[in-house]
Design a protein around this ligand. Structure first.
Ligand SMILES: [Zn+2]
Length: 227
């Protein structure tokens, strides 16, 4: 396993590190991003924790390649805000369109160069979707007809089996969100693109735990890990 640190949007005010973790064998490519929204702190903490676990070999990438961007929008993160404009509406909406923000442009170029099989974007949201289907807290989201759905079903079934409080169970939502990273990865790069949303209404450590657990399960689905 080899870890390389690089920079997104280098030499600009948006500069932010990302990591390429290569397994020794050939395999799939997975992109994991957090901090597209700067105030969704548990997803950022989860991405940082994942990097620590990889460095300690507690998560061991055997084959393929993981590209991890722990804090996409550093400026929004430092200000504790979602970000203005909303970065997740600035990704290209079709293959001939460019991104409308330097950060989404840089991130999408990175993804496009690597043609990821999977694109996992970590977020947080309000409420508990099991109790109220209109909210996004505790959901895994993909586009309708996404090839990611069977894996999402397996992951949520196993995850929910370990969550005793049923209102915290994760549900799957299928929807399109033009301008989002997920939409661009699904529509333009043909990736299995998934948005992960934990609920803000739980303690931070619980949210971080769910996010790390979900990413670990998805890395297994992508066959990057076997633990
Ligand atoms: Zn978000």
């Amino acid at each position: 396993m080899q870890i390389t640190k690089r920079r997104l949007a280098p030499s600009s005010k948006y500069e932010t590190p990302y990591y390429i973790i290569r397994g020794s064998g050939s395999g799939r490519t997975v992109v994991v991003t957090a901090g597209v929204h700067g105030n969704e702190v548990a997803s950022i903490a989860a991405a940082k924790k994942l990097l620590r676990l990889i460095r300690q070999h507690d998560v061991y990438i055997r084959s393929g390649k993981l590209i991890l961007v722990p804090i996409v929008n550093q400026i929004a993160y430092k200000r504790h805000i979602r970000g203005k404009p909303d970065l997740n509406r600035t990704f290209p909406r079709h293959s001939r369109e460019s991104a409308r923000h330097p950060l989404s442009a840089s991130l999408f170029r990175l993804a496009k160069r690597n043609r990821p099989d999977w694109y996992i974007d970590l977020h947080e949201a309000n409420g508990f979707s099991k109790r109220n289907p209109r909210v996004l807290g505790q959901t895994l989201i993909a586009n309708p007809r996404s090839k990611a759905v069977p894996a999402m079903k397996r992951v949520t079934a196993k995850l929910n089996g370990r969550i005793t409080n049923r209102s915290r169970h994760f549900t799957i939502k299928l929807r399109s969100l033009p301008g989002s990273g997920r939409n661009a990865a699904y529509g333009i790069l043909k990736s299995k693109a998934i948005t992960v949303e934990t609920s803000w209404e739980m303690p931070r450590s619980t949210r971080v735990g769910y996010q790390v657990d979900i990413v670990r399960r998805l890395l297994r689905e992508a066959k990057l890990t076997s633990d």
